[in-house]
Design a protein around this ligand. Structure first.
Ligand SMILES: Nc1ncnc2c1ncn2[C@@H]1O[C@H](COP(=O)(O)OP(=O)(O)O)[C@@H](O)[C@H]1O
Ligand SMILES: [Mg+2]
Length: 371
């Protein structure tokens, strides 16, 4: 794909994040843990992957666990252990390879040798180990492994707010009690539910209070986007030389990273279909319409989510079309609650007192057109 979409992007396609990546790298190198919260599809995972890559190049161990995909204590524990041990063994599922070594023949024996010293020192979990014990083991492992190998380690916990869904224990409290004393490990926490992340890290009563530095994710500068879009089209022999047209893409996407990529992609396909070699304003308008169409299911899902209470959807509609949101016949508390819910679900952001904007400006346009 000319403009990568839908997941973390490779280094050469990360636009406008160089300064931020360097600053994260510096902090993590110093052993400081960091928390980044921001809506989905603005580039958190891309940033984290790149930071990990760079730290690995510097000799760090790096591990990463996505809590969106982990649903139980067992699951979390296995993911942490596997991701940590991959630094040693070079394979993704060391636990399973060692546990099933009879089945896996020659390869597994080699892997077992690589973790043999762990078996002797801190033990190597047996397959029959119970979930709690495996979790304890997993939470201790990063520091122990780093210490043993004279390494420092960085661990990315992605969609960290989802860890709270594990029932039975206060997993955050358990985690914090382990991480607190680790000298060789820095954590990078990411989350797309800002409200939950903020309260977890900034609420006095919450487990991760003051454990990590909370950094805002900066806007990607417009010039960076323009430079990138122009370069990409030029690479394909397409003229996009006047700033005006790439700038129009950025403006239409409202600075939303994935939407900017999406409109660019649609423009590229439109050019391929028509055989034109110049990115014109007309092409960008067609691309925008196509992008809106392809976002329809996404937007409908978001609206279905937040619109379970019809009143919330009505408040969102008022915001989208620019009507006053407080109306006489409504109870102000209901409106406030609706606004809070929309902020919690990262559909809107507070801009100033009583001022809100859509996280994804194309959604604003979609609502204007359809409701
Ligand atoms: N800095 C960036 N440069 C270019 N594209 C980006 C950038 N950040 C995000 N994107 C776009 O957003 C998509 C999602 O990025 P990702 O890192 O998975 O976001 P998140 O983890 O915040 O959901 C990418 O596939 C890409 O299209
Ligand atoms: Mg992500």
């Amino acid at each position: 794909m000319l403009f990568p979409l839908g997941g973390p992007v490779p280094e050469s396609d990360i636009v406008g994040r160089e300064d931020f990546i360097i600053s994260l790298e510096t902090r993590l190198t110093e052993g400081q843990s960091v928390m980044l919260a921001g809506p989905r599809r603005i580039g958190k995972t891309s940033i984290a992957n790149e930071v990990s890559r760079r730290l690995q190049k510097k000799g760090f161990y790096a591990a990463s666990v996505d809590f969106f995909r982990t649903s139980s204590k067992r699951n979390i524990a296995e993911s942490i252990v596997n991701s940590c041990l991959e630094n040693r063994t070079g394979i993704r599922k060391t636990l399973n390879a060692v546990w099933d070594r009879a089945k896996l023949l020659a390869g597994a024996a080699k892997i077992a040798v690589k973790v043999e010293d762990l078996e002797l020192n801190i033990g190597f979990p047996k397959k029959e180990i119970d979930d709690e014990a495996l979790l304890e083991y997993a939470l201790n492992l990063p520091d122990v492994l780093a210490e043993k190998d004279h390494k420092r380690m960085v661990i990315v916990f992605d969609e960290f707010q989802d860890a709270g869904q594990i029932g039975g224990i206060d997993i955050y409290k358990v985690m914090r009690s382990h991480f607190q004393h680790q000298k060789n490990v820095a954590y990078l926490f990411l989350g797309s539910k800002e409200g939950m992340m903020q309260s977890l890290f900034a609420g006095k009563k919450h487990a991760f209070y003051r454990f990590a530095t909370v950094l805002p994710i900066p806007q990607i500068p417009e010039e960076a986007w323009i430079g990138y879009i122009t370069r990409k089209f030029n690479e394909k022999g397409i003229e996009a030389s006047s700033d005006y047209v790439p700038k129009e893409i950025v403006r239409l996407a409202g600075g939303h990273p994935q939407d900017t990529m999406l409109i660019s992609t649609e423009a590229y396909y439109t050019l391929l279909e028509t055989g034109e070699k110049r990115l014109s304003g007309k092409i960008v308008r067609i691309a925008y319409e196509r992008a809106i169409v392809s976002l329809t299911p996404v937007f409908d899902e978001i609206l279905g989510e937040v619109g379970k209470k019809p009143f919330v959807r009505e408040v969102l509609r008022r915001l989208a079309v620019g009507e006053v949101i407080y109306k006489d016949k409504n109870n102000p508390n209901d409106i406030k609650r609706a606004i809070d819910q929309l902020i919690m679900s990262a559909v809107i952001e507070k801009e100033g007192r009583g001022k809100y904007k859509f996280v994804e400006p194309m959604l604003n346009d979609y609502i204007q057109r359809n409701y």
